[in-house]
Design a protein around this ligand. Structure first.
Ligand SMILES: NC(=O)c1ccc[n+]([C@@H]2O[C@H](COP(=O)([O-])OP(=O)(O)OC[C@H]3O[C@@H](n4cnc5c(N)ncnc54)[C@H](OP(=O)(O)O)[C@@H]3O)[C@@H](O)[C@H]2O)c1
Length: 199
């Protein structure tokens, strides 16, 4: 398969590459250090990426920033960062990717545990995660040409624990390898409209 992987240089992206690169052609996309330059917050950048890569069998997104911070001090601008990146960025990769994905191809997006298991300072991130889950569930029933769409909802990763431990007190982090396996299930399996929880 020819697969575009957005966020390939990240913690989850690297684990996905390790699982797929032997048998598939992976085109990496992000703002730096990838095969194709992409800023997913920009419609023009997404269009340019698809024009560059041509037809693909699968698009995987393991990227999208979300704002972490106390609700009491969160500004509309803070919240907008989550909307522009993790919510609209991922949705736009689907909307603008429909003409570039083969019949029977797939999109796999990323959400996250905090929409189901809330943490302090996580309201904005939880909101975009829930938005992506709802989008995937709805899009799956009308997406054309046998194209499938799923999302993966990771718990906090063991590999990210140093960075996020203070936010996720009492959580049991999971290995990136286990999260990557859910992306593999989405791309190579037959299901659609799913949100794979790796909790
Ligand atoms: N790590 C966790 O514990 C965890 C848990 C649950 C959910 N998640 C979610 O999983 C996703 C990936 O997490 P991660 O920990 O793997 O992230 P990460 O290690 O910070 O990597 C992020 C990746 O996304 C790319 N990226 C960032 N902004 C981008 C943009 N505007 N356009 C295109 N590419 C962009 C980065 O490359 P450039 O900077 O070069 O663009 C990098 O390849 C995020 O949405 C995160 O919320 C993570």
């Amino acid at each position: 398969m020819k697969i575009v992987l957005v966020g390939a240089t990240g913690t989850i992206g690297k684990a996905i590459i390790a699982k797929l690169e032997k048998e598939h052609t992976i085109i990496t996309a992000s703002r730096k250090g990838a095969d194709v330059m992409l800023d997913m917050t920009s419609v023009a950048s997404i269009q340019a990426m698809y024009a560059h890569v041509g037809k693909v069998d699968a698009v995987i997104v393991a990227a999208g920033a979300a704002y972490f911070g106390p609700l009491e001090t969160m500004t509309p601008e803070d919240n907008q960062q989550s909307i522009d990146s993790k919510l609209k960025g991922q949705m736009n990769l689907v909307l603008l990717g429909l003409d570039h994905i083969q019949d029977g191809g797939s999109f796999t997006l990323v959400t996250g545990i905090m929409m189901d298991d809330p943490i302090k300072q996580g309201a904005s991130a939880a909101m975009v995660n829930g938005g992506i889950r709802a989008f995937v569930k709805s899009a799956a029933i009308e997406i054309p040409r046998g194209i499938r769409i799923n999302s993966v909802s990771p718990n906090v990763l063991q590999e990210s624990w140093d960075k996020y431990a203070n936010f996720f007190v009492g959580f049991n982090p999971v290995p990136a390898e286990k999260v990557a396996q859910a992306f593999v299930k989405s791309v190579l399996g037959g299901q659609t409209g799913q949100n794979y929880e790796v909790y």
